[in-house]
Design a protein around this ligand. Structure first.
Ligand code: ADP
Ligand code: MG
Length: 247
């Protein structure tokens, strides 16, 4: 393998296991995951309910630690880091999007998006957060609170928040799970744009229609990868909103 090929690997998971003890019984949420993701990929993690998708995404996102195995992010062994170091990696390198949006209620879109910048002690919080919201087509909703936005709009705020620190990796767990088809397609249009800009996107979904907007499909069953390959008949999502290109 040449140096260039080594440098293009973003995520490397080797024999990742996550076991839980529940009522004296061992639950193998992850049972030996091997997965490599290069910079710039757009991966859908699919699989039935309870197959380990969220557990896997949480480990990739340094929200949870594996029971055993090795996980390297950009060549750094994050599986051995303490919680403070992992929090730093999350803030600097990873943007998260969840099914339930996880926004602060009674708080404006602008403040929700500026939050990661606050933790990172950033200057220009308002202008960076405004730019991120403009990018997802919500430049005219900066001062709306969470409850004044539709589900699709709330998810766009969550994506803007994930983008504010300019992370190379975006992780999303069932980001369209609460949305109607049309809103889902708008969300996928944004993820495709984010990926076209060179960011790596790893997304959990159990909807085959949604996975078609990704480039690679990894199927997980009983905590193991059972299929892994390029998406055939890939679709391009059409955004109903005027989303500015790049930026
Ligand atoms: P998916 O996201 O694919 O639906 P999960 O990753 O949430 O699946 O869960 C995988 C398995 O691990 C399930 O059997 C689930 O019940 C179990 N599990 C997940 N989290 C915990 C936990 N904190 N304690 C015990 N079991 C868990
Ligand atoms: Mg899940």
């Amino acid at each position: 393998m040449t140096t260039t090929e080594v440098a293009s690997v973003l995520l490397s998971l080797r024999d990742i296991r996550k076991y839980y003890m529940v009522g004296g019984q061992e639950v193998r949420a992850l049972d030996g995951i091997h997965l490599t993701v290069d910079h710039g990929e757009f991966v859908a993690i699919m699989g039935p309910s309870g197959s380990g998708k969220s557990t896997l995404l949480n480990i990739i996102g340094c929200l949870d630690a594996p029971t055993s195995g090795t996980y390297e992010l950009d060549g750094i062994d994050v599986s051995r880091m303490d919680e403070t170091e992992q929090a730093h990696v999350r803030n600097q390198r990873i943007g998260f999007v969840f099914q339930g949006y996880n926004l602060l209620p009674r708080t404006t879109a602008l403040k929700n998006v500026a939050l990661p910048l606050l933790y990172g002690h950033h200057k220009d919080q308002v202008s960076l957060a405004t730019a991120a919201l403009e990018k997802v087509g919500l430049g005219d909703r900066l001062y709306h609170t969470t409850s004044e936005l539709s589900g699709g709009q709330q998810q766009r705020v969550a994506i803007a928040r994930a983008l504010t620190m300019n992370p190379p990796l975006i992780l999303a767990d069932e980001p369209t799970g609460n949305l109607a088809t049309r809103q889902s397609e708008e969300i996928m249009a944004i993820f495709q744009q984010v990926n076209n800009e060179g960011r790596t996107v790893v997304m959990v979904t159990h909807e085959p229609d949604i996975a078609l907007f990704c480039k690679r499909m990894v199927i997980v069953r009983d905590g193991k990868v059972v299929e892994d390959g390029p998406v055939k008949d890939r679709r391009t999502a059409v955004a109903a909103l005027a989303i500015p290109v790049a930026g």
